[in-house]
Structures are given as structure tokens and as C-alpha cells.
Design a protein around this ligand. Structure first.
Ligand code: MN
Length: 293
């Protein structure tokens, strides 16, 4: 058996099995189940134990609703039963868990049911004082706001929220949360923007874009290298978010929002190598895997 390459490092795998603030699957999505399947012992933990000696798993599945611990007993501040209240308490728990892992010198890798949990990931890197960038892999820009959204779907707004363009009071309720300005963001993928059945909002995205026209011009490696080198002139630390639907459906149909023209697994893997060569990676989240496809 080959020696493990990263025995000096320790990983904390974090599962946050929620979508739209709930663990219950519904008629549209079963992404809330994804983190539990991916962090089952024979899945991600087994794969990571081939690389690292020390891998622990933390499942956050008791953050269903606000409690008196969140509100001091004044539930007017955070109403029980409200989706946004639930998402907020889940992000607060995720931020604390990511930060605890980082403070213990461990690498936090999270499997999250929903892209909005990226807000908690950002809160969890509060120990880093230097400027931070964000590299967002996704078939979608997730760059809507309450003003542009036709349906209010909060999962369409995480990048804009992190970039400081909406939900100003709400995002700051997550301890440690910081805005990451648009010029510190790289968005990779965006396949729905060019799909035949693209929704109108699929044209919205923030930051430097590594998408079809740029990839056609420079090749995938050239396109992402240019974006990373530019980002590297402004920061040396990054948070990486990977919506699993960035993959082309022929590789993995991660969820019902996956779109043709996505990345290959080799491209995502190569991108991560190029990122690691240039930046300190603070935390990684994998989102929106729907076991039901
Ligand atoms: Mn997506």
C-alpha cells in the first residue's frame, strides 16, 4: 500500500443536511439528503482516509429551528417556522463548526445541502485577517437579489449576498461573516447561461467569469489561470465553493438544475490544483448534490 501523502494534515468533514432550511425532502429536491450520503463512512471519509491519517466527521442535524439560545427567548427576533430564520441558525452553527476546525489546525471540508450555506462557510474563516477571495464553481451564477428574483428563491442569491449586494443586516447576523468584494470573486462554469433552455436569470453572475466564451478563447487551463493570477494579485487566501452541478450531466447529473455544457471532473480537479499552487485554501464546500438526481 502506498504511503498516505498528507499525514501531517487533519481534515474535518462537516455535513449540513438542509435545503431551504429543512431536512425533509420534497417534490422538487432531495438535496437535503446529499450531505448524509456523501459523508457516510464508505463515501467521502473512506476516500479521504486514503490521503490523510486523521479524518473526523461532524453532522449538524439538530439546527432545525431557532431556539432560545439564538434569541434570548425573544422569538420576535427570529420567528420559529420561518425559512430565513432556519437558514440563519443553520449558517450560524456551520460558521462555528468551520471556525472550530480551523482553530484546531484542521482543514474544514463541508458537504452542504444548499448553496446558501456558503454564508456560514464564510463566517467560519473569521480567524483570517488577510484579504480573502472566493472561487465559486457552479452551473449558475447565484447572483440574483430580492429585487431581481421573480420567485424569491434564496438559493439564487448567495454570491450577491457574500459580495455585499443584498441582505445587509441578515448576513451580518452570522458571526464572523465578512463581505468578499466582487473583484475578489471568480465564478467558474455557468453552463446554464449557454444552455438551450436557460432561464432568463441564468445570465447573471459576479466577479471574473470562467465560462464558455472565455474557455473557447483561451482553453480551460488558460482561462482559469488568467483569472487566478489576477485574483492572486489581490489576495493569497481563498474559500472554495463547488456546487456539484458545475459538472456536465454526462459526468454526474448532480441535481435537476444541472445544465449541458458543464465541466468535466478532470477540469474541476485541474482547477483545484491550480488554485492550490497559488493560494492558501481556507475551507471548501461541496453543495447541492441530490441523490435522486
Ligand atoms: Mn447551481
Amino acid at each position: 500500500m502506498l504511503p498516505k501523502p498528507y499525514t501531517d494534515d487533519a481534515v474535518t468533514l462537516i455535513a449540513l443536511p438542509y435545503l431551504m432550511g429543512t431536512r425533509a425532502p420534497n417534490a422538487s429536491y432531495q438535496m437535503a439528503r446529499g450531505p448524509l450520503e456523501l459523508t457516510a463512512p464508505d463515501a467521502a471519509p473512506a476516500a479521504l482516509l486514503k490521503l490523510f491519517d486523521d479524518v473526523d466527521v461532524i453532522i449538524i442535524d439538530d439546527a432545525d429551528e431557532p431556539t432560545a439560545a439564538n434569541t434570548g427567548g425573544d422569538y420576535r427576533l427570529l420567528p420559529v417556522g420561518d425559512q430565513m430564520s432556519r437558514i440563519l441558525v443553520q449558517n450560524i452553527r456551520l460558521a462555528a463548526t468551520v471556525l472550530e476546525a480551523r482553530r484546531a489546525g484542521r482543514i474544514p471540508i463541508a458537504s452542504i445541502g444548499a448553496c446558501s450555506a456558503s454564508l456560514g462557510m464564510v463566517g467560519g474563516i473569521a480567524d483570517v485577517e488577510d484579504e480573502v477571495g472566493m472561487i465559486w464553481f457552479d452551473a449558475h451564477g447565484d447572483a440574483q437579489t430580492p429585487d431581481t428574483s421573480e420567485n424569491g428563491f434564496f438559493e439564487g442569491m448567495p454570491v450577491t449576498t457574500i459580495a455585499g449586494k443584498c441582505w445587509p443586516k441578515y448576513r451580518r447576523k452570522i458571526p464572523g461573516f465578512r463581505e468578499i468584494p466582487e473583484d475578489h470573486i471568480v465564478t467558474v462554469g455557468l453552463s446554464e447561461m449557454f444552455a438551450h433552455n436557460a432561464r432568463p436569470a441564468a445570465s447573471m453572475a459576479l466577479g471574473a467569469l470562467v465560462h464558455k466564451p472565455v474557455i473557447e478563447k483561451f482553453g480551460f487551463e488558460g482561462a482559469i489561470t488568467r483569472a487566478l493570477d489576477d485574483l492572486g494579485s489581490r489576495c493569497k487566501h481563498v474559500f472554495i465553493h463547488i456546487d456539484t452541478d458545475v459538472l456536465d450531466p454526462s459526468i454526474l447529473k448532480a441535481n435537476t438544475h444541472a445544465a449541458v455544457g458543464g465541466l468535466t471532473d478532470k477540469q474541476v480537479s485541474r482547477a483545484l490544483t491550480l488554485i492550490a499552487e497559488r493560494f492558501e485554501i481556507l475551507a471548501v464546500s461541496f453543495a447541492s448534490f441530490d441523490p435522486a438526481g
